[in-house]
Design a protein around this ligand. Structure first.
Ligand code: SAH
Length: 251
C-alpha cells in the first residue's frame, strides 16, 4: 500500500475552527504525529497510532513522519493554528529537501488552519485590515540581533506587527527589550493587544499602549499585536481596526 503524508493545522483551539478538510484527513489516517499537546487535541480518534513528542524535536518528528509514510502508513502531522506558520511544514520540507525525496515516492499535502493572528484579529475587529507583518520572537533558530533588526525595520515601516512566541521561561526579559526598541522607533501611544489562548476556555484579551505595555503579563500562550500609527479603537463599542487607506484622504 502506498503511504501518504498530510500536514495539517488544528486552528487556534476551538473544535469548530478545525476545517472539514483537516477533520477528513484525520479520519482517514493510520498514524498521527505531533507535539504531545496537539496530539491531545485529537486523542479521541479511534484505531490510530499516536506518535507524540516534545516541542523542540521538530526535525526528528519530520524524519519519523516521512519514514512512516514511506513504509505505507497514512500519516497526518498536526500543528496548532496553521502548519506553515512557525510550525511543522517547514521542518518536513527541510528533510524532504535534504533527502531528495521525490513527489512520486512521497506525495505531500499541506492543509491550512486558522493561524493565531487571524483568530485574534477576528475577536478584536479588523486590526490587520492594512499592511502588517509577523515576527517570531523566539531566538531558538535565529539570532537575537536579526530579531531586533527586523523589529526596527517593521516599526519604521509603520506596519501593524504581530509577535508569535513573544515570551517563555527561558526568554523572560527579551520582550521588555523589544518594547524599548519599539518606543525608540515609533510613537508610544500605539495600541498594544495581548490575545491569550484565543478560542479556548481560558481566552483573555487585554489592550494597552506602548508606553504602558508590561512585558511581564505575556506568556507563551499570548499573541502580541502592536498597532500601526493608524490603528484605532472605536469609542463605545471597543472594536479595534486599522483603516484600509494610508497616506491618502478617505473618499
Ligand atoms: N502554527 C501556529 C503558531 C505556532 S508558534 C499558528 O499558526 O497559530 C506558537 C505561538 O503562537 C504562541 O507562542 C502564541 O504566540 C501563538 N498562539 C498559538 N495559539 C494561540 C492562541 N490560541 N491564542 C493566542 N496565541 C496563540
Amino acid at each position: 500500500m502506498k503511504g501518504s503524508l498530510t500536514i495539517v493545522g488544528l486552528g487556534p483551539g476551538a473544535a469548530e475552527l478545525v476545517t472539514p478538510a483537516v477533520t477528513d484527513a484525520l479520519k482517514h489516517s493510520t498514524d498521527i504525529v505531533g507535539y504531545s499537546k496537539y496530539i491531545d487535541r485529537v486523542r479521541h480518534a479511534r484505531g490510530k497510532s499516536f506518535h507524540p513528542s516534545d516541542n523542540r524535536e521538530e526535525i526528528d518528528r519530520a524524519e519519523l513522519s516521512i519514514n512512516l509514510a514511506l513504509r505505507g502508513k497514512k500519516v497526518v502531522v498536526v500543528s496548532s493554528g496553521d502548519p506553515g506558520v512557525f510550525a511543522m511544514a517547514s521542518a518536513i520540507f527541510e528533510v524532504v529537501d535534504k533527502r531528495s525525496i521525490s513527489k512520486e515516492d512521497l506525495p505531500i499535502v499541506v492543509l491550512p488552519g486558522i493561524t493565531a493572528l487571524l483568530a485574534a484579529s477576528a475577536r478584536l475587529g479588523a486590526p490587520i485590515g492594512h499592511d502588517f507583518c509577523v515576527i517570531n520572537l523566539s531566538d531558538n533558530l535565529k539570532s537575537w540581533d536579526i530579531i531586533k533588526s527586523r523589529v526596527i525595520a517593521a516599526a519604521k515601516a509603520d506596519f501593524v506587527i504581530a509577535f508569535y512566541n513573544p515570551r517563555s521561561k527561558s526568554r523572560e526579559n527579551q520582550l521588555a527589550e523589544i518594547y524599548n526598541i519599539l518606543r525608540e522607533n515609533c510613537n508610544s501611544d500605539r495600541l498594544v493587544i495581548y490575545a491569550n489562548s484565543v478560542s479556548t476556555k481560558s481566552e483573555a484579551i487585554f489592550e494597552t499602549t506602548l508606553s504602558k505595555a508590561d512585558a511581564s503579563l505575556v506568556s507563551m500562550k499570548t499573541l502580541v499585536i502592536i498597532g500601526s500609527s493608524s490603528t484605532k479603537k472605536i469609542r463605545n463599542t471597543g472594536y479595534i481596526y486599522t483603516p484600509r487607506y494610508s497616506g491618502l484622504e478617505k473618499n
